[in-house]
Ligand binder design. Structure first.
Ligand code: HEM
Length: 427
């Protein structure tokens, strides 16, 4: 029932907890009641208004003046004094990047930095992505059983991200620890003790990012988005500031890496759970591009995003005051039957699959969306052609890093008979 009168919070809204089991298990299913009955509600648990329907989520994304992205990377859990002191020790000063920058600063910066994302530039990365995917599959193709996350899907997107950014390849294990810490720091609910450990890792990540920018500044002639940004700074120092460069160096790795690694794990899990669909794309790889869109719609890797309301307004008819914070559940929008027929069904031929909101929408829409799409397509092409007999290890329990936004299984165990590998039977 929608709350009316004095108290704006219905019992179900009061019980909503994005760190609870229901949301963590399946974000769009956990707010189905809201899509149906109370599509915009206030959550006292987190102090946010929660937006769940497709039309409302899209309208919020579309208006980045009324709905400012400035809180997109704000820590959703209040930081303890000890964690703040730990971050200060590392001179942590993560600032605006692109994703949380307001106008008028955002658009000139986005335009100035768009060139490396054009289709021609991205096409040049395809051989690198395919080469990496092949190299990783080579390592385990005869093993018969592997955790795809640990043995491929985490490191390949990380390496692609570093190449795309133009960063020298660094210690993967350390970077992995760093970027998980950033996710927990931003969208998680660490305990006070965990907060200090997370702050240590985030502080080190921040320092590492600064060292890399300094190194690249000495010779920014190389390929990649960071050297490109450093060169652009010389032309437009007011648009591309020092603080921006340091912040994007850190946020850029997370933006390009974890989102794509999680999307790949979600996609392969979903396809293997729907065996006949997996077999269809093995037999007909031309289905892969739309299958990727449907995977991003059905089980996307960004479950929710945030905006700050800058003037009194209404969303879906609900009055929302200036200063309110919004949790816009784009994964819920992607399962809204008002926009997608039979939204819970996994249908790789769905005509409007690409209308999902997993990459956001409007002037902040993901700049890396086509790089991510290309990576996902290449991973599926390589795995379906080389390991069509892949299956999920039965009865495994999937766990997820508890947070509101970045979503993908921690592990994805798969198995197959190496004796039946196509390259062995038909080399
Ligand atoms: C912004 C999702 C991959 C770079 C965003 C936003 C989302 C998102 C939800 C915010 C959109 C908004 O506020 O409207 C994803 C997903 C990915 C992915 C689901 C993978 C499946 C990447 C990659 C890169 C990247 C590979 C870079 C190489 C960016 C940048 C922005 C952004 C720079 C900020 C754009 C702006 O504010 O103008 N992404 N992303 N993303 N993403 Fe991605």
């Amino acid at each position: 029932m929608t709350a009316t009168g004095g108290c704006p919070v219905s019992p179900r809204a009061a019980a909503f907890d994005p760190f609870g089991d229901a949301y963590q298990a399946d974000p769009p299913a956990s707010v189905r009641w809201a899509r149906d009955e109370e599509p915009v509600f206030y959550s006292p648990e987190i102090g946010y208004w929660v937006v769940t329907r497709y039309a409302d989520v899209k309208a919020v994304f579309r208006d980045n003046i009324l709905f400012s992205p400035s809180i997109a990377l704000e820590k959703i859990t209040p930081v303890s004094d000890e964690a703040t002191a730990t971050l200060a020790k590392y001179d942590y000063a993560m600032n605006r990047t692109l994703v949380n920058e307001d106008e008028p600063a955002h658009m000139p910066r986005r335009r100035a930095l768009m060139d490396p994302f054009t289709p021609e530039r991205l096409a040049a990365h395809e051989p690198m992505v395919r080469g990496l995917a092949r190299e990783y599959v080579d390592r385990f193709v005869d093993a018969g059983r592997v955790d795809l996350v640990d043995d491929m899907l985490w490191e390949v997107p990380l390496t692609v991200a570093l190449h795309f950014l133009g960063v020298p390849e660094e210690d993967m294990a350390t970077l992995r620890e760093y970027s998980i810490a950033h996710t927990v720091n931003t969208w998680g609910r660490p305990s006070p003790e965990e907060q200090v450990a997370v702050a240590e890792a985030v502080g080190k990540f921040w320092r590492f990012a600064g060292t890399v920018v300094d190194k690249l500044r000495k010779d920014p002639s190389g390929p990649g988005w960071m050297p490109f940004s450093i060169r652009a700074q010389r032309e437009m120092p007011d648009v591309i500031t020092d603080s921006y460069l340091h912040s994007i160096m850190m946020a850029g790795i997370v933006a390009a890496h974890e989102t794509t690694a999680n999307a790949a794990a979600n996609a392969i899990k979903l396809l293997l759970e729907n065996r006949s669909v997996w077999e269809e794309i093995c037999a007909n790889p031309s289905l892969i591009p739309n299958a990727v869109e449907e995977c991003l719609r059905h089980s996307g890797s960004v479950a929710a995003w945030r905006r700050l309301v800058t003037a009194d307004t209404t969303i879906g008819g609900v009055p929302i005051p200036r200063g309110a914070k919004l949790l816009i559940v784009n994964s819920s929008a992607n399962h809204d039957e008002r926009h997608f027929d039979n939204p819970d069904e996994f249908d790789i031929r769905r005509e409007n699959a690409a209308e999902h909101l997993t990459f956001g929408y409007g002037s902040h829409q993901c700049m890396g969306k086509n790089l991510a799409r290309m990576e996902l397509q290449v991973f599926l092409e390589e795995l379906t052609s080389r390991l069509p007999h892949l299956e999920l290890v039965p009865d495994q329990e999937f766990t997820y890093l508890p947070n509101t936004s970045f979503r993908g299984p921690d592990h994805l165990w798969v198995q197959w008979d190496p004796g039946a590998n196509p390259e062995r039977t038909d080399p």
